[in-house]
Design a protein around this ligand. Structure first.
Ligand SMILES: Cc1cc2nc3c(=O)[nH]c(=O)nc-3n(C[C@H](O)[C@H](O)[C@H](O)COP(=O)(O)OP(=O)(O)OC[C@H]3O[C@@H](n4cnc5c(N)ncnc54)[C@H](O)[C@@H]3O)c2cc1C
Length: 481
């Protein structure tokens, strides 16, 4: 870490801004912040600071600018791409004490929230008005709106509803020089603003443009009717064909999710939902809207699943069964703990029609590297999440897990897809950027970044090829080479 201040001085000056109880510098405390949910790279930040207002955030950011220190914005740390990693030390600004829903405005169908507000809390406060906040990452009981904005989060129900960028009207951001700007629609503003869409530019910028402190989000009307099915198939290929046929029939389900056999077995052991243990894959199809339309689409979906040799199409009998099914789906990553001490979640995208091909490929990768790779994913979006299981105590397995991930993401590019659908690039997928984008593309992205952060101090060493890596990870990669 290059800095004009020693650690003691830094701690004192941060404490002057936020108070002693909001600055962490002891190693034991910092360990919690050494990585996010991508655990293959770790490094301690120099300090973690927990502000309670945008004014405090701005003062911290100005101090870091003064001392030429990196800043790393952090929400709940659920990122799966190493996006919250203090590669070179620096001050991690954790927004978890700025977590209020400031107001819900049912008339205008909006809510104003602090950036550290947990995603699920917005719907919790809006549902008494018959409203909900649509983007629903499976991590929604923990992840924050600031993190969702920085990664442009998706979720099971974003197939029909759209992702974070479609539901965030505007937000307040502290820029890396400490100035506070509001991008997009302001809290009392109309539905649109003119000029370039800087709001949109910042969504998905992975914490590299500044620190989001408040957001104005759009609320949606809770649909009057739902129908949720579990389609049971002998193979992932059959289930994938059903996915393509449903979309080709002009139906856009609210959610269209797939889980393969390993995942359903692990979930069954954990939650006893009643998943068939011999199924090669199950599809969760949720339809929502007006009762008549939903009824008609339900008949079509049932028919399409059976045409694709579904052995069973089971309709959730009531709200409780529907909720239980979603609980299982959203806890699928957690259930992996029953299968393996460690796993790395990949996040690739392929054109929907290529799902059978990528699933076959993943099977060959699993065999080649002798690693189990269960799959649970947003099938309707062609957004795959192979979970590569390994044991970090065995360096040979770490090596094979890294290689397996590279193989799968390389194939996604080859099939015309992308190396991320929703988790972002972070520190994890940097090497793939120059495979997916040209040098000119990357330079254009860097130019945009420089508009917000000319000194590249905000969440540095992410996204772009050539960025510095944690020493331990470089070693792991060398072993893998
Ligand atoms: C079990 C599990 C399931 C998941 N399911 C999904 C899913 O369905 N869909 C999906 O999209 N993702 C999913 N994720 C990934 C993750 O939850 C999302 O990326 C989420 O948006 C991260 O939010 P967070 O608050 O944890 O942010 P963090 O992990 O803390 O940070 C993520 C990124 O956002 C930046 N950031 C955080 N807060 C701010 C801020 N206030 N201002 C500026 N930048 C900020 C960070 O610097 C970092 O670049 C899942 C993760 C887990 C562990």
């Amino acid at each position: 870490m290059k800095s004009k201040a020693d650690k003691k001085d830094l701690t004192r000056r941060l404490a002057e801004i936020v108070g002693d109880d909001a600055v962490l510098t002891d190693e034991q405390e910092l360990v919690v912040y050494e990585c996010d949910a991508y655990t293959l790279q770790k490094n301690l930040p120099t300090a973690v600071v927990l502000p309670k207002s945008a004014r405090e955030v701005a003062a911290i950011v100005r101090l870091c600018a003064d001392l030429d220190l990196p800043i790393i914005p952090r929400g709940a740390g659920t990122s799966l791409s190493g996006a919250v990693l203090a590669v070179d030390g620096g001050v991690m600004i954790a927004l978890t004490r700025m977590n209020r829903v400031l107001n819900v405005d049912p008339r205008n169908r909006r809510a104003l929230v602090e950036a550290g507000c947990v995603n699920a809390w917005i719907t919790r406060d809006a549902e008494k008005h018959g409203l909900f906040y649509a983007p629903d990452p499976s991590s929604q009981p923990a992840c924050t709106i600031g993190g969702n904005i920085a990664t442009n989060s998706g979720g099971p129900h974003t197939l029909k509803n759209g992702v974070t960028t479609n539901h965030v009207l505007g937000y307040e951001m502290v820029l890396p020089d400490g100035t506070v700007e509001w991008l997009g629609v302001e809290p009392n503003g109309g539905e649109e603003v003119g000029g370039y869409d800087l709001r949109g530019a910042g969504i998905g910028s992975e914490g590299m443009f500044g620190v989001v402190t408040r957001a104005l989000v759009r609320l949606s009307k809770t649909p009057p009717a739902f129908k949720t099915f579990l389609g049971v198939f002998a193979s992932v290929e059959q289930a994938s064909r059903a996915v393509s046929d449903i979309i080709a029939a002009g139906i856009v389900p609210a959610a269209l999710e797939m889980m393969d056999q390993l995942i359903t077995q692990a979930l069954e052991e954990a939650y006893r939902f009643g998943f068939p243990l011999d199924a090669g894959a199950v599809l969760i199809v949720e339809l929502d809207g007006l009762a008549n339309g939903v009824e008609q689409q339900a008949r079509q979906v049932d028919e399409i699943c059976r045409q694709n040799k579904a052995s069973e199409v089971r309709l959730a009998r009531d709200d409780a069964e529907r909720a239980a099914l979603w609980k299982c789906r959203k806890r699928a990553f957690g259930a992996i703990g029953r299968l393996s001490p460690n796993y790395v979640t990949q996040d690739g995208v392929v054109p929907r029609g290529k799902l059978p091909e990528i699933m076959r490929f993943i099977r060959t990768v699993s065999e080649r590297h002798d690693l189990r790779i269960p799959n649970v994913f947003h099938a309707g979006d062609g957004n795959i999440h192979p979970l590569i299981l390994y044991d970090e105590r065995d360096p040979a397995q770490v090596k094979r897990a890294l290689q397996a991930g590279d193989d799968i993401l390389g194939k996604c590019i080859e099939l015309g897809g992308s190396v991320t659908g929703e988790h972002g690039i972070g520190a994890e997928k940097i090497d793939f950027m120059s495979r997916q984008f040209t040098r000119d593309d990357l330079e254009a992205m860097q130019q945009l970044r420089r508009v917000f952060d000319p000194e590249k101090r905000c969440n540095p060493h992410k996204m772009f090829p050539g960025a510095k890596r944690c020493a331990e990870f470089t070693q792991k990669k060398q072993v893998a080479a």
